[in-house]
Design a protein around this ligand. Structure first.
Ligand SMILES: Cc1cc2nc3c(=O)[nH]c(=O)nc-3n(C[C@H](O)[C@H](O)[C@H](O)COP(=O)(O)OP(=O)(O)OC[C@H]3O[C@@H](n4cnc5c(N)ncnc54)[C@H](O)[C@@H]3O)c2cc1C
Length: 381
């Protein structure tokens, strides 16, 4: 058994690193337990809406491989059209390089990183939490569980209010000439997988091509092979298919148990409409760090400081997720219909870019949808 730690963070992804960085900046000693060893690879398309930049605790200098101002929408490769925006709607990075940058930042500020430490069980007790790894048992006054969709943190709350949506992705390496159509443009397809979404996210010399199902069970591998054919990418150098679930929000309101605070994918904070989760991973990591810092500063009697974490996540993140979930439930139930009347509607589709880039909130989109202006004055594409 280790000595008593003030804070242990489990997982060194965006949520864990954000929490660790925030705590280090407040002068706290932090230990990060990470099951992998560097360099590790988390399956991700690496899309960062510009509004992420404000909450990422490290700079993106040299990491952004493309900033896209165009989106090509399609429905099973048909009814496709391009939308152009004045400003970039998504910056694209290679995810493992982003994680490396975040880890360097945390360690540079004094966090202790223990690699190869897979946490198998969390045991919250009155004044401490026991953190059992495959090798050692640690004890800490506060634990921030940032161990993703399948980790011990999510298990502790029994995955209630989290919907694990299966996703697959490959990297396709292409010659410069074949990369040309994807310069400054990403592609989204809503029909290749019923109740799901397909994406082509371009990097400097490769494309991340993936699919996620938000609806019924489907053969994602076969659907991805079909999507690659539709996009004309099946002759490129394709990496083996990898899979990892998206930990989408499905009504959860509790994000802690005793002195264990769940953040990022461990809390199920992925957008159920788009599959994006990095921004909320960073924000929740910072909120948990602030709650842990207040708790440790006030002594063990200040359990209410930890409870404030649940309130802050509900206030800052959950309302927008609930609206995204409502939209997702409608959209993915009849994607063909909503693609025609929504995505292809020239009055509505600019909102997609505005939502992605953060210029518009889901609340504003709902208000505009309910105002009905987009129905009374239709404008053809
Ligand atoms: C195919 C795919 C594409 C995606 N594309 C995008 C995108 O373009 N943009 C976007 O915003 N989001 C995207 N997401 C979602 C995004 O990847 C997650 O929301 C984000 O990574 C969450 O960060 P996190 O730190 O909470 O968890 P993670 O990034 O999963 O990090 C968890 C960390 O904990 C470690 N860990 C796990 N278990 C243990 C354990 N037992 N003990 C110790 N350590 C452990 C892991 O090794 C990892 O380092 C995508 C997801 C998928 C699956």
């Amino acid at each position: 058994m280790s000595g008593m730690h003030d804070v242990i963070v489990i997982g060194a992804g965006p949520a864990g690193c954000s929490a660790a960085i925030c705590l280090c900046l407040r002068g706290r000693a932090v230990t990060i337990l990470e099951k992998n060893r560097q360099p590790w690879k988390k399956l991700c398309a690496g899309g960062l809406p510009p509004k992420v930049v404000g909450v990422l605790p490290a700079n993106l200098e040299g990491l952004v491989e493309q900033s896209v101002c165009k989106i090509r929408f399609g429905y099973e490769g048909r009814r496709s059209f391009e939308l152009a925006f004045k400003r970039p709607v998504v910056h694209l990075v290679q995810r493992h390089l982003l994680d490396q940058r975040l880890v360097q930042q945390a360690v540079g500020l004094g966090a202790r990183l223990v690699e190869g430490a897979a946490v198998v069980e969390l045991q919250p007790e009155a004044q401490r939490v026991l953190v059992k790894t495959t090798k050692h048992t640690y004890q800490a006054r506060v634990v921030i569980a940032a161990d993703g969709a399948l980790g011990a943190g999510a298990r502790l709350l029994g995955h209630q209010g989290i919907r694990l949506c299966p996703a697959v992705q490959v990297d396709v390496k292409l010659s410069r000439r074949k990369m040309k159509p994807y310069r400054n443009m990403l592609a989204c397809d809503f029909g290749v997988l019923p109740g799901g979404i397909g994406w082509v996210f371009p990097k400097r010399d490769r494309l991340s091509v993936g699919l996620c199902s938000f609806g019924a069970r489907a053969n994602l591998k076969a659907a991805l092979e079909k999507y690659l054919r539709i996009e004309g990418l099946d002759s490129g150098r394709i990496s083996p298919i990898e899979s990892h679930p998206l930990s989408t929000w499905d009504g959860r309101r509790v994000f802690s148990k005793g002195s264990v605070l769940m953040v990022g994918d461990a809390a199920g904070l992925v957008n159920p409409l788009t599959g994006a989760g990095i921004r909320r991973a960073c924000i929740s990591g910072q909120l948990a760090a602030e709650a842990a810092h207040a708790y440790l500063a006030g002594g063990a009697v200040c359990q209410k400081d930890l409870a404030s974490y649940d309130r802050r996540v509900n206030a800052d993140l959950v309302d927008e997720l609930a609206r995204a979930r409502l939209l997702a439930r409608l959209f993915y139930r009849a994607p063909g219909l909503f693609y025609r009347i929504g995505v292809m509607n020239a009055r509505i589709n600019p909102w997609v870019g505005e939502l992605l880039s953060g210029q518009k909130s889901y609340l504003e989109v709902f208000r505009e949808l309910l105002s009905g202006g987009w129905i009374s004055r239709p404008r053809p594409l």
